[in-house]
Design a protein around this ligand. Structure first.
Ligand code: DLL
Length: 431
């Protein structure tokens, strides 16, 4: 498959490192000279841009955490005056103030480039018709992928988070070939379509670009089977600009990082020290080209590992494994550490479950309790209780065996767990 920008995506390792160093040096200097926030942070840590003589010197710089972005709300991290900012986005923080991100004209151009790369990597070509189902608005997903896909020359259908019936109508009438959105929404679209009698096998749709949240293997297989498409995954986050940080090529082993724009490190979440290559840790990103809001060593909280060796697709950019967990997703229940994805994998290993579930955590008489609510296949919902009880027992036994945790399993009616057009919420922590 063609590579969007071989000049950068296929650089030799030595040339990439040289480019990264030059860009890192100018990015740190730029932040120091133009962002009073970063000047204060670097002065406090007693490091100056001149101390960055090699890529390893990056470790001498302090981390940036989400609290820095919240504390500097709204414009404290900008390194350009507002008259030079041509776009603002913000992340959908559930508590407190959102994180605000500013872009200069050059930033928008670079963002479009990295989004074009991930779309092209996934297989989007100029003749495609692309249904954008991400929310347009302050969320970075809609606009970022919109411009990326448009740069490739494909036809963008900017329907956004509109009505599902309308998406289905356009899918048929416009001959849409590519879906862009969250995996949760793809499942929902399949569900609504199937109910309305749509036969996806007969529609031209062939490819899905999923991002914004993790996709489990089961979810991915289910989407592929129900929508009759090939699913791909891409990753990004608002703080460093939005989608376009990393994407999946046709080989599918890891996600290529656009490392000429984002310098990735993987560190031990507790010590902050780099982990040996190939071991799991927290992804830390430094922007190498952002003018309006350079970010140094951002703690993403996303857990991943570097993938060894060159990729058969021909790109030489470093790869990371798909992200399943965040450090701050981990629940501690009666002293047991549990990632929601572990529970998800167990649920999905049982015949007859669906991808719709919710983990409810409560504290009852001083003790934590975990309830797993899961929708089951409509065909299993009947007057006969025996198969349901058996299934319930099977799930709780597996959870007990794998996680050493007793949980309450509640099988709920098909359609009773809330559906979303954006990112789904899997955990309800009532403690
Ligand atoms: O979700 C940016 C984005 C939009 C990426 C569209 C891809 C496509 P935020 O709302 O700031 O930005 O959320 C960022 O979402 O730190 C991850 O925890 C999670 N995330 C994003 N993409 C993936 C993915 C956008 N492909 C946070 N796999 C990140 C797993 C993902 N998690």
């Amino acid at each position: 498959m063609p590579i969007w920008n071989p000049e950068y995506e296929c650089l030799s390792r030595a040339d990439m490192r040289a480019l990264q160093l030059t860009r890192l040096q100018s990015s740190v200097s730029w932040a120091y000279d133009n962002s009073p926030w970063y000047r204060a942070v670097l002065d406090k840590a007693q490091v100056s841009p001149r101390d960055v003589r090699s890529l390893d010197d990056l470790r001498r710089l302090p981390f940036t955490d989400k609290t820095a972005l919240r504390d500097s709300y709204p414009f404290g991290l900008l390194a350009l005056p507002l008259r030079d900012i041509v776009r603002l986005h913000s992340s959908s923080g559930t508590t407190g103030k959102p994180v605000v991100v500013g872009y200069s004209r050059a930033d928008l151009n670079a963002w479009t480039e990295v989004c074009a790369r991930v779309a092209s990597m996934a297989g989007v070509v100029a003749s495609d018709r692309v249904d954008m189902t991400f929310l347009y608005g302050m969320f970075t997903g809609g606009w970022g992928m919109h411009y990326g896909v448009e740069r490739i020359g494909a036809t963008v259908i900017p329907a956004g988070a509109g009505s599902t019936e309308r998406h289905l109508m356009m899918l048929a009438d416009f001959g849409t070939t590519v879906f862009v959105g969250t995996p949760s929404y793809a499942i929902y679209l399949a569900e609504v379509g199937e109910k309305a009698g749509v036969d996806f096998a007969t529609l031209p749709i062939r490819l899905g670009l999923f991002g914004g949240e993790a996709t489990s293997t089961k979810m991915r297989e289910e989407i592929e089977a129900r929508l009759h498409i090939r699913a791909t995954d891409n990753y990004g986050l608002s703080e460093v600009g939005g989608p376009g940080v990393a994407g999946e090529c046709e080989i599918g082993l890891g996600r290529h990082v656009n490392e000429d724009h984002f310098y990735p490190e993987i560190v031990d979440p507790s010590s902050g020290e780099p982990v040996p290559f190939g071991e799991e840790g927290e992804l830390v990103l430094t922007t190498l080209t952002k003018e309006a809001m350079p970010i140094l060593r951002f703690r993403t909280h996303d857990l991943t590992r570097f993938v060894e060796g060159p990729c058969a697709c021909g790109r030489t950019t470093v790869r990371i494994e798909p992200i399943r967990n965040r450090t701050d997703d981990m629940l501690i229940i009666r002293g047991v550490n549990v990632f929601p994805s572990q529970v998800e994998d167990i649920l999905f290993s049982v015949e007859g479950t669906t991808p719709h579930y919710l983990l409810v955590v409560e504290r009852k008489s001083g003790l934590d309790s975990l309830e797993l609510r899961i929708e089951i296949d409509a065909r299993l919902f009947s007057d006969r209780m025996a198969p349901l009880v058996e299934m319930q027992e099977q799930i709780s036994e597996r959870v007990q065996n794998v996680l050493g945790l007793r949980v309450q399993v509640t099988l709920v009616e098909p359609g009773s767990i809330e559906r979303t057009q954006g990112k789904s919420k899997r955990v309800l922590d009532r403690r």
